[in-house]
Design a protein around this ligand. Structure first.
Ligand SMILES: O=P(O)(O)OC[C@H]1O[C@](O)(COP(=O)(O)O)[C@@H](O)[C@@H]1O
Length: 413
């Protein structure tokens, strides 16, 4: 059996292109790609080197003869690194370096979650990928969460740009490097309870500046206080969705942008610049098996929109993957509301980064009563109800007042 011999090194991965800035242009894109027409638009700024290709999106295809063929290098589709660098958003050299390490970590996690050896890895690590160990319960970290956590931590360490990592998987924030300009908060692998069924999962991250005024404190104390910054101070935030495509979606405070991993080159290429969440959607996303544990207001809201009796006179449809990144990603693109009305999701690792992305896309993030980004965290692992989505749908939902689920019995599945 392979299980006893599996190591992370067996995962096919792409090395980070650079560990300092500016990067050398060492693309090795000799792969040929095929273009098909799509509705995707590259913003004029970013499309400067590919204006004749605007509206096209590279995919791999077996049918070369029926499609035009171009070389990726000539094509010049902006990669994530191009997009954030000096010719693009110019987010600053330190953040570019951090991002290059973070995206590398996420490519490793993408390979890991897609690996046929997942269950072997779980056994090897002494756990159960199905979460079935005796003391488990559903909130216990699964082995892949732990491995992903280690992958992220090692990438943050090697970036040299991070002072503190606060992770959902660790009891308390980790002090990494006195000189690191950034604090990173992360849920390394959200939705992992679904992993055995190959349901989408995701990494969530947020980036703050290190508070230099706290430098004189002891490591433990300053690690904690730096991690408890309010979401309104986020410098950047993002998620990586591991699904049929691997998508990195991020904001640096000027819009929300998504990049899709091109497996033939190992690059994230820009596919969704400047995402604008529609002001109204027609989808609600919630675990509605909990209906009878909901407060009156939330029941009324859902009953109203599913009958098409809300302010948007259309019958809403339900979608719930039970994987926050996937449910949020769909909401960002299609509009509507994604929610978990009970005290379950974490303010620091999940609610703040995703609310930042929602706001940067013109949407809202709320606990049902107030803006997530304005809440001052008091504990790194604090949980709260979370509602994310289209501005008009969110306003309508909040107008029902009573939408936070107080009954939280601890569900088994
Ligand atoms: O059981 P619920 O209330 O539907 O919660 C589902 C949510 O929990 C999560 O799985 C996160 O929970 P964990 O931190 O326990 O993994 C999200 O991905 C998902 O949106």
């Amino acid at each position: 059996m392979q299980s006893s011999t599996i190591t992370l090194h067996q995962t096919p991965i792409f090395q980070p292109k650079f560990s300092s800035f500016p990067p050398k242009n060492n693309h090795h894109h000799h792969h040929q790609q095929f273009l098909v027409r799509t509705n995707l638009l590259i913003s004029p700024k970013m499309a400067s080197s590919s204006s004749s290709l605007s509206g096209y999106f590279p995919i791999r295809s077996q049918k070369a003869d029926s499609l035009s063929v171009v070389n990726d290098e000539a094509n010049g589709f902006p990669t994530l690194m191009d997009y954030v660098g000096k010719g693009g958003l110019n987010v600053g050299d330190d953040l570019v370096v951090l991002l290059s390490h973070l995206q590398y970590a996420c490519k490793r996690i993408a390979a890991l979650v897609a690996s046929p050896f997942n269950s072997s890895l779980a056994k090897h690590m002494g756990g159960s990928a199905a979460g079935g160990s005796a003391e488990s319960g559903r909130d216990v970290a699964k082995p892949l969460d732990i491995v992903s956590n280690e992958i992220i931590l090692s990438s943050l360490r090697s970036s040299g740009k991070v002072a503190i990592m606060a992770s959902e998987e660790d009891d308390s924030p980790i002090w990494i490097n006195d000189d690191g300009p950034f604090v990173v908060v992360t849920d390394p692998l959200d939705g992992s309870r679904n992993i055995d069924a190959s349901i989408p999962t995701g990494t969530i991250f947020g980036v703050y500046n290190r508070l230099v005024e706290l430098d004189h404190l002891a490591d433990k104390e300053k690690a904690l206080l730096n991690s408890l910054q309010s979401g309104s101070r986020l410098v950047a935030a993002g998620y990586v969705l591991y699904s049929s495509a691997t998508i990195l979606c991020a904001s640096f405070g000027s819009g929300t942008h998504a990049f899709t991993l091109d497996h033939s080159t190992g690059d994230f290429v820009v596919t969704h610049p400047n995402i604008k969440i529609p002001p109204r959607g027609q989808i609600y996303s919630v675990n509605d098996a909990r209906y009878f544990d909901w407060p009156e207001g939330l029941r009324k809201y859902i009953d109203t929109v599913r009958q098409g009796k809300g302010k948007n006179p259309k019958k809403y449809s339900a979608r719930y993957i039970c994987s926050l990144v996937a449910d949020f990603h769909r909401t960002l693109l299609y509009g509507g509301v994604a929610m978990n009305p009970r005290d379950h999701l974490r303010l620091v690792y999940e609610a703040n980064p995703l609310s930042f992305l929602a706001e940067q896309a013109g949407g809202k993030g709320s606990n049902g009563k107030s803006r997530i980004l304005s809440i001052q965290p008091v504990q790194v692992h604090q949980r709260l109800p979370l509602f994310l989505g289209s501005s008009e749908d969110m306003e309508e939902l909040e107008s029902y007042g009573d939408v936070q689920q107080k009954v939280n019995p601890g569900y088994e599945v």
